[in-house]
Design a protein around this ligand. Structure first.
Ligand code: NAD
Length: 412
């Protein structure tokens, strides 16, 4: 994970050099504004007390309140949270929404906690950071291992502490307590809109575009279903147990039914089983990593045959792999652009909470499209102006330019 932080800082240094940033400006962007760590005593079902460690990193708020998810995962550590908070700062600036970046987490496996333990842990986390979060200061959201229900507990605890209902303190809530229609599918849908733009720029026909998707959770499954319904040939999908492949295309409705019945996509009768590693190396036009970080490395980059990598997971391509892919002419559509649909819909949820006026799903999706297509266009133009196919650099240039402009205008 320290790798991710190093990669993030290296990326920043690289674009700072291209942009000719002064050392002072770079120094501000290289460090998080505030790093918080709290002890969280939680009463477990067996009657004993267990003390967890909770993190919140408030990276930068020059463009608006800190914004970013809370991750519950055994491998959570401070360096990882810092890297994720930095990426949120870049992502919100690329999407041009009025937020800075933050992230939080607890090193815990939520799957082994009872519902009551999970609720007490979430409420303890909320109390631990209650003085630092809020609709105008820092707005958490779900991430790996946290759910809409967890966001509802956070909102409830924070509202109790403050003596009034404050739904805008957190996004990704269930619809019945102030969540937005369309938030659940927004990351996959945003990724789909970005892919459509890429194909149009590259003059590729969707009927001739085969796609392999790694990860069949919220992001991967929704993306795959949307793309399938729009006429793309989805030839492979996978989850933590492995993948399935059919060169003629999968019937995604049947795959979904199989996953619902068996708990996995593996052993689907109209496809052959493949590994998650092989899925990335299939002869397809588009590979979509939508599960884990660091899955494309220096080792397998040379074997990737796709023309386009659409990063829907955070950080799936290692820094060492990217140069190789660029050299091969593979277009890497970076996470900070491709998966921005989630935070854009979160922004809409926050706006609706503040205005207490709720939109229908069509309106959410139309505005999501408007925002993410505008972000894509800006990044694409910046990339073309640079005379290369390094889209991540272009996205960082767009973001850092916006951050530095805000910094210069506000003064330090
Ligand atoms: P999820 O938990 O809903 O789904 C993850 C999927 O990955 C599951 O299908 C799981 O089986 C699969 N998986 C787990 N281990 C795997 C392995 N070793 N190989 C292949 N697949 C494996 O999570 P999600 O919300 O879909 O998030 C996926 C990624 O997208 C994460 O990197 C997350 O940070 C990123 N992301 C999510 C959102 C969002 O709105 N949910 C927004 C932006 C970015």
């Amino acid at each position: 994970m320290a790798n991710q932080l190093k990669g993030a800082v290296n990326q920043l240094n690289k674009v700072a050099q291209i942009m000719g940033l002064t050392c002072d400006e770079l120094e501000i962007l290289r460090r998080p504004d505030r790093v918080l760590e709290v002890s969280l005593p939680v009463l477990m079902d067996n009657g004993r007390m267990k003390v967890f460690t909770g993190y919140r990193v408030q990276y930068n708020n020059i463009r608006g309140p800190y914004k970013g998810g809370i991750r519950f995962h055994p491998r959570v550590n401070l360096d990882e949270v810092k890297a994720l908070a930095f990426w949120m700062t870049i992502k919100c600036a690329v999407a041009d929404i009025p937020y800075g970046g933050g992230k939080g987490g607890i090193a815990v496996n939520p799957k082994i906690l009872s519902r009551g333990e999970l609720e007490r842990l979430t409420r303890a986390y909320t109390r631990g950071f209650a003085d630092f979060i809020g609709p105008k200061t820092d707005i958490p959201a779900p991430d790996v291992g946290t759910t809409p229900q967890i966001m509802a507990w956070l909102m409830d605890e924070y509202s109790h502490i403050n003596g009034e209902n404050i739904p805008a303190v957190v996004t990704g809530k269930p619809v019945e307590v102030g969540g937005s229609l369309g938030r659940e599918t927004a990351t996959g849908l945003g990724g789909f809109y970005v892919l459509e733009q890429v194909l149009s720029k590259m003059k590729m026909a969707k009927s001739k575009t085969s796609v392999a998707v790694q990860g069949f959770g919220n992001v991967g499954m929704n993306f795959a279903l949307i793309a399938y319904r729009a006429g793309y040939k989805i030839v492979a999908v996978s989850d933590s147990r492995g993948g399935i492949y059919n060169a003629s295309g999968l019937n995604l409705a049947e795959v979904l039914a199989h996953k619902q019945a068996t708990g996995s996509v593996v052993d689907f009768n109209k496809a052959k089983n493949i590994t998650n590693e092989k899925l990335l190396e299939l002869p397809v036009e588009v590979v979509v990593p939508a599960a884990l970080e660091n899955v494309i490395s220096e080792q397998n980059a040379g074997r990737i045959k796709a023309k386009i990598i659409l990063e829907l997971a955070n950080g799936p391509t290692m820094e060492s792999a990217e140069a190789k892919l660029n050299k091969k002419g593979v277009l890497v559509v970076p996470d900070v652009l491709a998966n921005g649909g989630g935070v854009i819909a979160s922004y809409f949820e926050w706006v609706q909470n503040i205005r207490q006026y709720y939109w229908d799903q069509d309106k959410v999706e139309a505005r999501l499209k408007e925002k993410i297509v505008a972000a894509f266009e800006k990044v694409w133009q910046t990339m073309e102006a640079g005379g290369n196919r390094e889209m991540r650099n272009a996205a960082y240039i767009v973001a850092v330019e916006r951050l530095v402009k805000a910094l210069r205008t506000r003064g330090i």
